[in-house]
Design a protein around this ligand. Structure first.
Ligand code: GCW
Length: 724
């Protein structure tokens, strides 16, 4: 008996620990743990003494719900809501139109300046008494305002003289889920898809609600539920009923649902012979489909489309072009206010032009030809979500077409959900890049928020890193990438430094002794991964299919531009891709100022050097090292940086629960092992060409090149079972 009990205990023990750990992580940045600072807690209690909240609408009710959940946890006290707006109320949360006259007067200017999604949180004095007003033009503004207000408490901000008027700078702030109907997730590293299609529409998983809360708390207002490598079935009535159920949940958090539309759907589910966008019957089919969808989901966002890219069907199958395809769908959605988001991630197996040039070449002539409810979605760089890329040359080049920024939050090329990499640093670098299209200061952020060319419809999309793992994102720190994406989609001018701090405070601790070192660790993590994977502008040297480990030697894939050797071009003379006028001349796709800078080895930032230049192994870097030595030292630096991250995390133990500490400590150890794998595999391989010894300071390789080449990962997560 005793033995049995012991056995049971041993079996259950790990689960107990898992539960504790995941419950903490499940809350994301909406962890409302008690405010420890007693002065602040006293202030907050005063502010929440008597609360009035408008709640005569489902969105407002969600705002009230959140307060009801959060405040007692933060302040350890039950709340009293009053049902009348009175001058005595210490916290008034109401639509502007419902505010009493004297409160309107004090908030008018800010509210008038805000957009329909904006809000105001303001401390004002009325009859000698101070109070806080959270107000907005529309219900969704109130919800956003309440989330911000709670965040301020979570992060221990002084609210006494608070005055925050904030509106999103981008209209469509969207997650793209690459989720398949069988619940696998392409490039997903956090378990299976959240969408339980089998149990929908009748079973509403609590997770859908928490997903919506998390998104609303950072201002995400759109979600494309399905993979861009699309399955037409999602457009059939059986699935639309399920999509409708999700839309009904998300609507109350201000989130619109989009679907990916497979271009050949009229054939696959409509029994038509063609999907030619100029065919009358095809056009009618899409119109009828739009009508059917809007009958179920009146606020349906629209279609996200990957066409004529990596085997997906598209208008070119019928001798038509992207404009024909996009406008056909746009026409169908237009009467209902829906949008088409057409992806520009195209490169052709029949085109031997440098892959980095193809999307620009293809789309530039279409500028001005799309309907006004079409947006073109462009990846941040011209190849494919590498640890570092220069900004995509389409940004700033198309003046009349709204361009949606596509970032990848899921870490396809950045160590999956095993490596700690804080991506807002990458996002910020891209958004801050200067296109020079209208002179100095024409940043990518200004293209995306529409201010450079006065676009009225704007968007930013992030390929989701969310799955059904208990902690949502696989790595606890990957939650910061979801958070940071949302914040930058709201305001592309925020700094990654502030975002990191906000997230740490809301997720872990408000103690400066924790915040500062952990923030530093997060901010260096992006450069670390660049250093140990692909320093100095190297790119796409990943092993086949899974894109996890190194594979700079791969040269046997069907298309030249799928092979790493195509990108690094290492030979006995040197390394790098010449994209200057002596090579592929990709630099001509940038504004003159930018092209000149990229063309000139003296002016180009060294971080992009080998993206644009093929240089001899003895080329001298800014620090005086030869290219070979400098490259090797950067690989080593990446490893050293991970070691430093481990030291930092170890020194934070006292702030963390055991499970919080352990999970990240274990992941960092794997990251270190794999940083060394990257360093050793790449240096041993490139050394065959450079024919030079490793410089002092670079550790001896842990294995032989043959060993690294022999590693295979047929069951790595996130790979598409078949490219159909
Ligand atoms: O990077 C590639 C990925 C594919 C993805 C494609 C795309 C959804 O490896 O898995 O397909 O990009 O963005 O369309």
């Amino acid at each position: 008996m005793k033995f049995l009990r012991l056995l049971l205990l041993l079996i259950l023990l790990p689960y107990g620990q898992l539960k504790a750990q995941s419950l903490e992580d499940y809350k994301l940045w909406l962890d409302y743990s008690p405010v420890q600072n007693t002065d602040l807690a006293a202030d907050y209690l005063k502010i929440t003494r008597s609360i009035y909240v408008d709640d005569a609408d489902p969105i407002l009710a969600k705002a009230k719900n959140e307060l009801t959940t959060a405040l007692p946890q933060l302040l350890g006290k039950k709340l009293v809501f009053t049902n009348q707006i009175l001058p005595e109320n210490s916290l008034v949360i109401a639509l502007y139109e419902n505010l009493p006259k004297e409160l309107k007067e004090q908030t008018k200017a800010e509210i008038e300046n805000s957009t329909d999604e904006g809000f105001l949180i303001k401390s004002i004095d009325l009859k000698g008494k101070s109070k806080i007003i959270i107000s907005a033009k529309k219900e969704i503004g109130i919800l956003y305002g309440v989330f911000r207000f709670l965040h301020l408490m979570q992060s221990h901000q002084d609210l006494n003289a608070i005055s925050i008027a904030d509106s999103p700078k981008i209209d469509i702030r969207m997650l793209n889920h690459w989720d398949n109907l069988d619940r696998t997730v392409e490039r997903g590293y956090a378990g299976f898809s959240l969408w339980n299609w089998q149990k929908l529409p009748d079973y509403i998983d609590e997770r859908y609600i928490d997903y919506a809360r998390a998104n609303a708390s950072i201002g995400i207002n759109a979600t494309a539920l399905t993979n861009v490598n699309a399955n037409a079935l999602v457009l059939t009535p059986m699935y639309l009923e399920k999509v409708e159920a999700l839309a009904n949940v998300f609507r109350n958090y201000g989130i619109k649902v989009y679907l990916t539309a497979r271009f050949s759907a009229p054939i696959e589910i409509g029994n038509l012979k063609t999907a030619d966008p100029l065919d009358r019957e095809v056009r009618k089919w899409w119109k009828d489909k739009a009508k059917e969808i809007y009958a179920r989901i009146p606020d349906f966002g629209g279609f996200l489309v990957k066409a004529n890219s990596e085997g997906q069907p598209g208008p070119q199958n019928y001798g038509r072009n992207h404009v024909d395809g996009a406008n056909m769908m746009a026409e169908a959605l237009k009467p209902y206010g829906g949008n088409v988001i057409w992806r520009a991630f195209v490169y052709s197996e029949h085109d031997d032009t440098d892959r980095a040039k193809q999307a620009y070449d293809e789309f530039l002539p279409y500028d001005g030809k799309f309907m006004d409810n079409v947006l073109v979605q462009v990846k941040n760089g011209p190849i494919d979500f590498q640890p570092r890329e220069p900004f995509h040359p389409m940004f700033g080049a198309l003046e009349k077409t709204p361009l949606v920024m596509e970032f990848q939050i899921t870490q396809e090329y950045l160590g999956f959900s095993t490596h700690l990499v804080f991506l807002p640093k990458l996002f910020e670098e891209v958004l801050d890049s200067d296109t020079y299209r209208k002179g100095k200061g024409s940043t990518v952020a200004k293209v995306i928020d529409g201010s450079l060319y006065g676009n009225t419809l704007t968007g930013m999309a992030g390929v989701s890193n969310i799955g059904n793992d208990l902690n949502w994102t696989g790595h606890p720190f990957a939650q910061a990438n979801w958070y940071g994406f949302g914040r930058l989609a709201w305001d592309p001018y925020l700094s990654s430094d502030n975002i990191a701090e906000e997230w740490i405070r809301a997720t872990y601790s408000n103690d400066e002794n924790f915040i500062q070192p952990v923030k530093k660790m997060m901010l260096t993590s992006r450069e670390a991964v660049v250093n140990y994977m692909s320093p100095l502008g190297l790119h796409h040297i990943f092993d086949t299919g899974h894109h996890y480990g190194p594979g700079p030697w791969v040269d046997n894939l069907g298309r030249p531009d799928w092979n790493p050797v195509y990108y690094h071009k290492a030979d006995s003379l040197g390394i790098g891709f010449d994209r200057t006028p002596t090579g592929s001349n990709a630099t001509e796709q940038y504004a003159d100022e930018v092209a000149k800078m990229f063309n000139d080895t003296d002016k180009i930032p060294e971080r992009d050097l080998l993206w644009f230049h093929h240089l001899p192994w003895d080329y001298t870097l800014n620090n005086g090292e030869t290219l070979w030595n400098g490259m090797a030292l950067q690989y080593q630096e990446g490893v050293d940086q991970v070691e430093e991250m481990i030291r930092t995390w170890d020194s934070m133990k006292s702030f963390l629960t055991e499970s919080q500490y352990n999970e990240v400590a274990m992941l960092l150890k794997i990251q270190l092992k794999e940083a060394k794998w990257w360093r050793d595999a790449c240096l041993l391989y490139f050394q065959k060409f450079s024919d030079r010894p490793l410089p002092a300071g670079v550790e001896k390789p842990t294995q032989t090149l043959e060993h690294f080449k022999s590693l295979k990962f047929p069951f790595a997560p996130g790979i598409r079972p078949s490219w159909d």
